[in-house]
Design a binder for this molecule. Structure first.
Ligand SMILES: [Zn+2]
Length: 853
């Protein structure tokens, strides 16, 4: 049916044939930005007429811990800076999502979802909605309508441009225990933790793009002043967005002293210790206390109430010599050894972001352990109380959630383009990881893996509400972060990128940029047309496959240089780096801009070699997400040399045994356990090879998130077993033999037993600059394998399956490198697995154990 449609309508260039994927007119198509104007300039900055409205809040709330009811009065002063007269005001009623009849409830899948509704309340119950008479200061009722989770206040007369009005709303609601991972309730041994988000009717953004942003408005805030008071039982501690204005009224004398000390201290000061957390003497009492907070440029707020907290604080130095406070609150149920470091981690993270991009915009930063997995609001983050360890737990979560104070609390973009919130934040998280921990942002092999998992048809720019769940993490967080990282390191260079990015941050501080503003600002500041980059990474679902088509000597004379022909096979384009190794030992690199692809799918360039060329390699550092590495390398004939006379298969084996410590020592081996890993934490990938000589072996691949080993092969004499995810799988005779050969630790021990037919290739080969002898082995005339031994050292550098390997086996070739001595034996500490058409998997030796007879 589809073919028919395509033939008749002629939609495809050549029906029935694969169309050429790459088309320069498509990949370099100019991104059409809206015309620049006095609001948003052609340079991607706010113009002279830029405006945004402003809402300042004053809220007084009383929280009853027993009923979980928050009862509040809120007064909003709203300033209309728009050129339009407004006949209504719109508020977001975040709590209404918990109503049984809400749209979010109806959109929650049967088996639930992280942000779905799992528990019903009555939402916000509005007691009074009133408007202030600007002339006499009296309050009178005003008409309003509630639509799903939005409140439309119908003004008695238009609010003119440059005019201001005040609306008062009295309301109450019950805090849901399970608050769709934004808020919630957690009982602990020293008291319950109540985490509040979406706790007041929040004004929606009225902007020059959409007017009132009434759709998917949860992640779009209007920075303004937030002043609030929370009254709770005196034994509770309250912390939230903004500065605590009345510490002397709500803290004990000793806590007050400690708080003052923390303001001057680079060491963490405990305002309340673990021991004190359970003691009523550590709180002023009895009765109820009111906590006052105030924050500028907040526009939203989070707070928390609990008796249970341990409370740490430390000073944070800003580049402008100012000082802010980092505070961490957690219950005794959190891992103390990890969480006692969290205030220092916050300090480090805040100081780094401040130095890199712009000073932290609030007076305090509060991190709270509780039931919520992880959210970042203005000056407050909620992190799951069981988050643990530094690799994937508290460190990376603090790094991420605190980053939200920049994106999108400071750079208040519309979260409907989720990348402007999560993607820009994930990007600065990566840079911080590199600056603070020396972490590589990510391995390109992993990035290719992630990107490949995104369901096609959706791009980074797909609006949030349309993104399928599976794509959300990939397209809103990872892909834009990978993209900006590459823009920074591979396209523009760090300094140039950072200057432009900083300019964008400065220009849009507490304002509302749109994607075009970001794209334009990055282009104008660097003087580049980056349409191809936005097309490749943000606006489409394309992948990268740049390749070396062929390499030719000019007039077939190496000394006249070579012409290298490149072909672009994917729609994505990126700059190119090539590494050329010559016979004379020279290794040189050539960089080409992405623009070589502007005119066509092929590009040929000249390289002035003076001797024969051993190899040309594209993307030698594996810095780009190229999906087919197989066509990234070209090897010349110069890499082959005749094997010297007298050298035989047996000599190669003898040299190998001598190099690793002697055959006698290998024969003394009773058992061996070799453990290799890559990644860590949740991404930990392990290979465990065991041997109980002479004929029992296992080869187990494990991936941390899985309960059962990914793949487990065991060999016991002639018996071969295979389990996948813990379930046994059938193997045919050929597969069994392949598994057997793969599992052996020292196949050389059997290579001269007569079972093998050995043949030494008559010339050497060159593997990435190393000359090797190649030994072909056929066992039972069935499964052919090749073994490669370093001509210089005698060590084995590679093993390869020459038959069509069963698709389930983990590699077609395995490279060994970085030999180290253990108990007199040389063992490879680096393994690189490779399967045809797939990416390399690099494993590092972690734990080796040998037992000798
Ligand atoms: Zn986030």
């Amino acid at each position: 049916m589809l073919t028919l449609v395509c033939c008749i309508a002629g939609l495809s260039p050549v029906c029935g044939q694969q169309p050429v994927a790459f088309n320069p007119l498509e990949s370099f198509k100019q991104v059409m930005y809206p015309a620049g104007n006095a609001l948003r300039t052609v340079n991607g900055k706010p113009g002279s007429q830029y405006w945004q409205n402003r809402a300042d809040y004053q809220i007084s709330a009383d929280f009853d811990t027993l009923s979980r009811q928050l009862k509040a009065t809120q007064e909003v002063s709203y300033f209309n800076n728009s050129p339009d007269a407004l006949s209504e005001l719109w508020f977001l009623l975040g709590q209404n999502r918990f109503r049984k009849d809400s749209r979010t409830t109806m959109l929650t899948p049967l088996n639930g979802s992280r942000f779905g509704i799992m528990e019903f309340t009555d939402g916000f119950v509005l007691e009074k909605v009133m408007i202030k008479n600007n002339k006499d200061g009296t309050w009178s009722k005003v008409d309003y309508k509630i639509m799903n989770d939005q409140l439309k206040v119908i003004l008695p007369e238009d609010l003119n441009t440059k005019a201001k009005l005040s609306i008062r709303i009295d309301y109450h609601f019950i805090l849901p225990k399970n608050g769709s991972d934004f808020m919630g309730v957690l009982p602990t041994v020293n008291g319950t933790i109540y985490q509040f988000a979406s706790w007041f009717p929040r004004i929606l953004v009225y902007d020059d793009i959409e007017g009132w942003n009434t759709s998917n408005s949860g992640y779009y805030i209007e920075p303004g002043k937030l002043k609030y008071k929370i009254t709770v039982p005196s034994e509770c501690i309250v912390q939230g967005t903004g500065q605590l204005l009345n510490p002397e009224q709500v803290l004990t004398k000793i806590q007050l002293e400690r708080l003052h000390a923390a303001k001057k201290s680079d060491q963490t000061v405990q305002i309340r210790t673990a021991k004190e957390a359970g003691m009523s003497s550590s709180r002023p009492g009895p009765g109820r206390l009111t906590w006052h907070f105030s924050a500028d440029n907040a526009g939203d707020g989070l707070f928390v109430v609990s008796k249970s907290f341990i409370w740490d604080a430390v000073k944070v130095d800003m580049p402008n010599k100012e000082v802010v406070m980092a505070m961490s609150l957690y219950p005794v149920e959190s891992n103390y050894d990890t969480w006692k470091q969290s205030a220092q981690t916050m300090k480090k993270v805040l100081e780094s972001y401040s130095k890199l991009w712009s000073p932290y915009p609030f007076e305090t930063s509060v991190n709270v352990a509780g039931p919520v997995t992880g959210i970042g609001g203005p000056g407050v983050s909620f992190i799951h109380y069981k988050s643990d360890g530094m690799a994937n737990g508290v460190w990376s979560k603090i790094n991420h959630e605190l980053g939200h104070s920049w994106f999108n609390m400071m750079i208040a973009g519309n979260g409907r383009q989720a990348w402007m919130v999560e993607g820009l934040n994930s990007f600065i998280n990566h840079v911080n990881g590199e600056v603070l921990e020396g972490e590589t942002a990510f391995l390109m092999a992993d990035a290719v893996d992630w990107l490949g998992k995104a369901k096609p048809g959706q791009s980074v720019a797909t609006p949030y509400e349309l993104m399928i769940d599976k794509n959300f993490a990939l397209l809103a967080y990872m892909k834009p972060a990978v993209a900006l990282n590459l823009l920074r390191t591979q396209v523009l260079g760090k300094k140039r990128f950072d200057d432009a990015f900083r300019t964008f941050v400065q220009a849009w501080k507490f304002k509302h940029p749109v994607p075009a503003d970001f794209f334009r600002c990055m282009e104008k500041e660097t003087g580049e047309n980056l349409s191809w980059f936005w097309q490749s990474w943000f606006l489409n679902d394309w992948s990268l496959d740049q390749s070396i088509e062929n390499v030719k000597y000019v007039n077939e004379q190496p000394e006249k240089g070579i012409d290298i022909k490149l072909v672009n096979k994917g729609k994505m384009v990126m700059p190119l780096v090539l590494e050329i190794i010559e016979f004379n030992g020279q290794v040189n690199r050539v960089s080409l801009p992405a623009e070589v692809w502007q005119k066509g799918t092929e590009w040929t360039f000249h390289y002035p070699s003076t001797t024969a060329v051993i190899s040309v390699k594209l993307d030698p550092d594996r810095a780009l997400p190229d999906t087919d590495l197989g066509n990234n390398i070209w090897r010349g004939n110069a890499s082959q040399k005749k094997v010297p006379a007298g050298m035989t298969a047996q000599t190669v084996l003898d040299r190998y045994f001598a190099a690793i410590g002697g055959k006698a020592l290998v024969l003394k081996l009773k058992s061996a356990v070799l453990k290799y890993t890559r990644g860590e934490g949740k991404m930990l990938y392990t290979l465990e090879q065991t041997a109980s000589f002479p004929d029992q072996y296992s080869f187990i691949l494990d991936f941390a998130p899985l309960a059962q080993p990914l793949q487990k092969y065991t060999v016991n004499g002639e018996n071969v077993n295979y389990q996948k995810f813990g379930a046994p799988e059938e193997l045919n005779a050929k597969q069994s033999l392949q598994v057997k050969l793969m599992c052996r630790l020292f196949p050389e021990l059997e290579m001269n037993t007569g079972k093998h037919q050995l043949r030494l290739a008559d010339s050497t080969r060159n593997l990435s600059g190393t000359d090797v002898y190649v030994l072909f082995a056929n066992e039972n005339h069935a499964a052919g394998r090749a073994y490669y031994y370093d001509v210089k050292t005698g060590l084995k550098v590679k093993e390869e399956d020459l038959m069509h390997l069963d698709p389930d086996l983990p590699y077609t070739s395995m490279e060994m490198a970085e030999y180290k001595l253990l108990d007199g034996l040389m063992l490879p500490y680096t393994l690189i697995f490779k399967r045809a058409g797939e990416n390399e998997t690099l494993l590092k030796g972690k734990e080796f154990k040998l037992t000798m007879n």
